[in-house]
Design a protein around this ligand. Structure first.
Ligand code: NAP
Length: 257
């Protein structure tokens, strides 16, 4: 076997279909395009951001793209929408990327912000994973990649709901992995460091906070969404078949500091 075909076999997603939540921008878009370039067709969900650009990029990679509107802030309606998606597509890879953040001091954190963040980042992630997982259990294989955070390990400031929800994402990654590993479903997570996306625009605009963050990152720069592509392909491919319940930090060294 040549080096190229050995690597291609280990990391190939040929013939697979990946459901990626929130692939219209940022990390989700990079991951969706990376999986398409590795051979997967992509089913994407959106709420605010149209998926036309992502569709074009996926199609340029020679793969099919399907878009569905789902509001994960409303877990009950999201579950109905997910049922329709699962009737139309057999999902081999699930990437739970959709996420939201609301900044407010803990002492005055509003109920609205608390429940919106918990619904999108934790409750909908649980029920989507449960539904997709049921189908994967019937097939006897599957890959699930959750997008966690450095705040799956640390407390953060002014983002208590986000921190609670991302700790939950880490916990659910392990809980699902423990139940499903022996049925050949690998559930793992990526914990991105500080990545330049819409999600982090507010802290990048804050000159002092931006400088503090940069000083602590050993790599000396903010991450780019494409910095997550390799980890996402790895955790979606046969190369990670014996990885279960792992939270892989892609953070320029932040946690090592
Ligand atoms: P982003 O560009 O703001 O992407 C967030 C995505 O989540 C969007 O595609 C958005 O889709 C979707 N989303 C948000 N609320 C939704 C809702 N109610 N219903 C359906 N979809 C919803 O930010 P990002 O940085 O790429 O974030 C992607 C993931 O990475 C998130 O889980 C985030 O917590 C995580 N993360 C980011 C960083 C970072 O430094 N950027 C670090 C650690 C973890 P619509 O626009 O269509 O609503």
């Amino acid at each position: 076997m040549t080096t190229t075909s050995y690597i291609a076999t280990l990391f190939s997603l040929e013939g697979k279909t990946a459901l990626v939540t929130g692939p219209g921008t940022g990390i989700g878009q990079s991951i969706a395009v990376a999986l398409a370039r590795s051979g997967a067709d992509i089913v994407g969900t959106y709420h605010h951001t149209p998926l036309d650009d992502t569709k074009t990029l996926v199609e340029q990679a020679g793969r099919s793209f399907y878009a569905y509107e789902v509001d994960f802030a409303d877990p009950k309606s999201a579950q109905r929408d997910v049922d329709s998606i699962l009737e139309a597509h057999a999902i081999d890879i699930l990437v739970n990327n959709a996420g939201t953040i609301r900044r407010e001091k803990a002492a005055h954190y509003s109920e609205e912000n608390w429940y919106d963040v918990m619904n999108v980042n934790m409750n909908s992630l649980f029920f989507l994973t449960q539904k997709v997982g049921q189908k994967m259990l019937e097939k006897g294989r599957g890959k699930i990649v959750n997008i966690a955070s450095l705040l799956s390990f640390q407390g953060g400031v002014f983002v208590p709901a986000y921190t609670a929800s991302k700790h939950a994402v880490a916990g659910l990654t392990k809980a699902f992995a423990n139940e499903w590993a022996h049925q050949h479903i690998q559930v793992n997570a990526i914990a991105p460091g500080y990545i330049a996306t819409n999600n982090t625009q507010a802290i990048r605009n804050d000159v002092n906070r931006n400088e503090e963050i940069l000083k602590r990152i050993p790599a000396g720069r903010w991450g780019k969404p494409d910095d997550l592509a390799g980890a996402a392909i790895f955790l979606s491919s046969p190369a990670s078949d014996y990885m279960n319940g792992h939270i892989l930090a892609v953070d320029g060294g932040w946690l090592a500091r």
